[in-house]
Design a protein around this ligand. Structure first.
Ligand SMILES: [Zn+2]
Length: 313
């Protein structure tokens, strides 16, 4: 990874406008010549769970688009703390709302507890908390110029709320009172389920050049013909459900039923993984699914793992 890589997360819950503020910032950074990859992670099993908008920023092409070691973190809800904390880099910048995210774990980071939502309320609407936060983030990180951000806010703000959004951005610039973080050792960054099986948002599979058998993960040897000329391919996101099962017994991580299964990719590869559907009774063999790669939470050991799952389209 290049030395210029910066990873940023806007964390909170759905409906807080985090994706919008991430897009505004991405536009402002792109206007300044940066390369930006945008992604999101969210709690898959319930509504009202955490929702994180991530940006990976670089001077050159972004080689891996998911956040794995966060440099700058904005927290607009306490729900976003747990999934983000394991990814926090030592010395990272953390901006948290005093009311919505009053408590933070100890650690080696720079903490700014700021009245983001209260400032938005005083301006007339809690809905611009995301923009107040954006102003504070830009002021503290110096990641891009204030004029570029203001232009991007003007371009993206909902019609009729332009002045409110620009006021919120400027109010965010003004909210700087530092509290020093406490020294403590941070947890390790997220790692993939297994090295080499993901590239960006794709699964890395292998095709035997002798007999054309396809595999995921890519093997060293073809078990069909014992050939060792295996070519690497990246699978697309579209796949169909081959078989599945839904588990109703209480699992360690959740009391809810969960589904797992095999899916078939058009490249001729069958892959196993968790199925992310709102209602398991809607699962049907042959239904289209979409691959997603993102954080899987592992509550027990505390480490965060990047994994894949299949989502109903
Ligand atoms: Zn073969």
């Amino acid at each position: 990874m290049s030395g210029s890589r910066i990873e940023m997360r806007l964390g909170g819950t759905g409906g807080q406008g985090l994706l919008l503020s991430a897009k505004i910032l991405a536009d402002a950074l792109a206007a300044g010549g940066k390369r930006v990859a945008q992604s999101q992670t969210y709690e898959p099993t319930s509504r009202g769970g955490f929702c994180n908008a991530d940006l990976v920023i670089s001077d050159a092409e972004v080689d891996f688009p998911l956040a794995t070691a966060i440099d700058q973190l904005v927290l607009l809800d306490r729900l976003a703390v747990k999934p983000s904390w394991p990814l926090l880099k030592p010395g990272a910048l953390v901006i948290a709302d005093t009311r919505l995210c009053p408590e933070l774990p100890a650690g080696d980071y720079r903490r700014y507890h700021l009245p983001l939502s209260r400032t938005a309320l005083e301006l007339g609407s809690e809905r611009v908390t995301n923009i107040v936060a954006l102003g504070a983030l830009v002021a503290l990180s110096g990641i891009c110029g204030r004029e570029q951000v203001e232009q991007a806010v003007r371009a993206e703000a909902p019609r009729g709320f332009l002045d409110l959004n620009v006021d919120a951005l400027k109010a965010g610039y003004g909210l700087l009172t530092q509290e020093d973080g406490l020294a403590n050792s941070p947890e390790p960054p997220a790692r993939p389920l297994r090295d080499g099986i993901y590239r960006g948002a794709a699964l890395v599979a292998g095709i035997c050049q002798n007999c054309k058998a396809a595999y995921f993960p890519k093997p060293e040897l073809c078990v069909n013909c014992h050939g060792d000329d295996i070519k690497e391919i990246e699978l697309g996101a579209e796949c169909v459900l081959f078989s599945f099962t839904t588990v109703h017994t209480e699992a360690a991580h959740s009391g809810l039923p969960y589904s797992i299964g095999y899916v078939d990719f058009p490249e001729g590869v069958r892959v196993f993984g968790p199925l992310d559907v709102e209602d398991p009774s809607n699962l049907r063999v042959g239904m289209p699914l979409r691959l997603e790669i993102g954080l899987m939470q592992h509550d027990g050991a505390g480490a965060s793992i990047i994994g894949h799952r299949f989502v109903a389209t």
